[in-house]
Ligand binder design. Structure first.
Ligand code: AMP
Length: 618
């Protein structure tokens, strides 16, 4: 059925479905669309401004967020309340980012567990999903302002190496921002689409996408055949980018002028000024032979030749990553037919030359490297909207499929719009000691609580051998075949006990019902998210209380009287917090309990280790 919509603001007729393409970047984000008249992808920008929106969120004293250029101003002025690089935290636990914790100038909660990271701003706790949703909301509003029409559907790009959890987190961020995320597309795939690669069904090619942004470097090797992109390998350095190029110039000038790092550290504004000059120099040297400026009465200058010498080691590092990516894909450079350049830093001629020399052919750099990913996302969006009839859409799942986890939460295994056939597996564990069975309830829908979704099937996995909570490993697998039949299997990996169930094709919903379920999920996204956060905080609190209690029972001799009293008080405070529906309060009390128990937990660990050593005989 064709639909025609009238734009209320302008009175003009418009396409029923405007699906935008969004590049949600570590440093910058932007939105692109296919221009309704020219049919070409364009990045959206307000008159006379950049299309790039810095991926930075600043919270004022009342906890209200601002995003983008305005927020950037607070990076130096108010670092605790200015969140940059939230993308680096997506789907990560504190353990994952521990090594680089120093990178973040704001407070990332260190609860030393496997649970997902949170960022503390004042007395509020934000998940990376919420932080990203602020950026997406800003992009949505900008797009609506420019297009003078509501924007509710989007294709969002993610790095090729993003895992299932990180992709799901990105979808959730979209939902929370009021966007129906039609598809998550790999950034290198989007960049290739922007160059028209893969648009011809007969074409078969192996391509390299070299992406050097402000703070990260990625190389992806893709194979395209029949219009399908397959990622053969990825490599990179998540802490290497344009900022490092700036730093080489800063260091060079500091040596020349005779300032030390310590002096710069003491004068934040001096450092910031010098950093900006260095970035200006770098950009200038992309098109000029020398740069010179005045800085507090000193003349700072640098030539392109010197700059290229300084950055040589960094360029070498990226080439080493390219070599590793090729090795992993079991390919040599001759197998690569096309190289696509992405990211602002690929404007540096020495970078382009090195990449071209390594692969032995010229690189594709015609499209603006800052916009190329978003432009490709817009092309993908247009295909999904059905405007590009040359493209066959593969069968997809209309709604997400998942199982119920602790607290009645929906854990999505196969997100909506996944191509079928497909299969996904994930591991779960028990939450009670000696738990002998596990109920697997299968749901369909987009809401965070299973009670708001549709139950498709349910079965019990029995015969789990008695073990302490958290030890059994139950692998749940969802398989959808080409006919849309879903098979759910559960297997306890230690004992091998196994059970499965089959669910009918199409899962019995009309288009209208699917549509309603989607709309509901967007209308309720905010409430759902809050409930999910609360349930997760509660579950975490209950686990910590449980573990602490057991620990104290066993290790009483290692604790001082004071420690026992303090722990009991902290546990009681957490118990009290659990009686209220306030996730920030629960989180604060978890933090406090962790603070109290950390010293003796570490001591007990040492005792256990030295005990084990003493036990050894030769
Ligand atoms: P991205 O994360 O892709 O937006 O990349 C931003 C990075 O590209 C920053 O480090 C910029 O300094 C850098 N950049 C932007 N324009 C240029 C240019 N003309 N020459 C060199 N680097 C640039």
């Amino acid at each position: 059925m064709a639909k025609i919509a009238i734009n209320i603001a302008t009175g003009s007729l418009q396409q029923a479905e405007m699906i935008v393409g969004i590049d949600l970047g570590t440093t910058n984000s932007l939105v692109a669309i296919i221009h309704p008249e020219t049919k070409q992808p364009v990045a959206l920008r307000e008159f006379n401004t950049s299309s790039l929106v810095p991926s930075i969120v600043h919270f004022d004293e009342f906890g209200n967020p601002t995003v983008g250029e305005q927020a950037r101003a607070f990076l130096e002025l108010d670092p605790q309340n200015t969140i940059f690089s939230a993308k680096r935290l997506m789907g990560k636990s504190y353990k994952d980012i521990k090594e680089n914790a120093g990178f973040f100038a704001y407070k990332v909660i260190d609860d030393d567990t496997e649970s997902l990271v949170k960022v503390q701003v004042g007395n509020q706790f934000f998940s990376p999903i919420e932080l990203s949703s602020f950026i997406l909301k800003e992009l949505k509003q900008r797009a609506e302002h420019i297009l003078k029409t509501p924007v509710t559907k989007a294709v969002i790009t993610v790095p090729a190496y993003f895992n299932d959890a990180q992709r799901q987190a990105t979808r959730d961020a979209g939902k929370l921002a009021g966007l129906d995320v039609m598809r998550i597309v790999n950034e290198p795939t989007a960049a290739s689409l922007a160059y028209g690669l893969g648009m011809n069904q007969e074409e078969e090619a192996t391509i390299a996408v070299y992406d050097l942004g402000g703070g990260t470097f990625d190389i992806s090797i893709l194979h395209i055949s029949n219009g399908i992109f397959e990622v053969l390998s990825t490599n990179g350095d998540t802490y290497l980018g344009g900022d490092d190029l700036d730093r080489t110039i800063m260091q060079h000038w500091m040596n020349e002028v005779g300032i030390t790092i310590d002096e710069l550290h003491q004068h934040k504004s001096l450092a910031q000024g010098l950093r900006l000059k260095a970035e200006e120099a770098k950009k200038h040297l992309s098109t000029h032979e020398r740069f010179s400026t005045d800085w507090n009465g000193e003349v700072l200058s640098i030539t392109k030749t010197v700059f290229e010498e300084l950055i040589q080691p960094l360029i070498e590092k990226t080439i080493d990553c390219c070599k590793r990516a090729l090795t992993d894909a079991k390919l040599s450079t001759d197998a690569i037919s096309t190289i696509v350049m992405v990211g602002g830093s690929t404007r540096v001629p020495a970078v382009k030359n090195a990449v071209s020399a390594f692969f032995g052919k010229p690189v594709n750099d015609r499209v603006n490297p800052d916009e190329v990913v978003a432009l490709g996302a817009a092309i993908q969006a247009d295909i999904l909207a059905g405007n590009n009839k040359d493209f066959l859409l593969l069968d997809i799942t209309p709604l997400s499929l998942g199982i119920e986890t602790m607290g009645g939460l929906m854990d999505v295994l196969i997100p909506r719009n996944s191509k079928i056939p497909t299969s996904v597996g994930r591991q779960y564990t028990t939450h009670k000691d000696g738990q002998g069975s596990m109920r697997i309830s299968v749901f369909q829908g987009e809401r965070d609580l299973v009670k708001d979704n549709r139950k498709l099937a349910e079965f019990n996995l029995t015969g789990i051998p008695g073990m302490p909570a958290g030890l059994p490993k139950v692998e749940v697998q969802f398989l959808i075949d080409a006919d849309g039949i879903l098979v759910v299997k559960a297997k306890e990996l230690r004992s091998g006990t196994e059970q499965s169930i089959e669910v009918k094709p199409q899962f019995g919903l009309t288009d209208e019902e699917v549509e309603n379920m989607l709309m509901d999920s967007i209308t309720h996204a905010k409430d759902d998210m809050q409930i999910r956060a609360l349930v997760e905080a509660r579950t975490e609190a209950e686990q910590i209380l449980d573990v602490t209690e057991k620990f104290i029972g066993k290790n009483q001799s290692l604790l001082t009287q004071q420690e026992i009293l303090d722990t009991a008080a902290a546990m009681q405070a957490l118990q009290m917090a659990l009686t209220m529906d306030d996730k920030n309060l629960i989180q604060t009390k978890i933090e406090e309990l962790n603070e109290v128990s950390r010293p003796f937990a570490e001591r007990a660990m040492d005792a256990a280790v030295s005990g084990a050593l003493k036990g050894k005989t030769i």
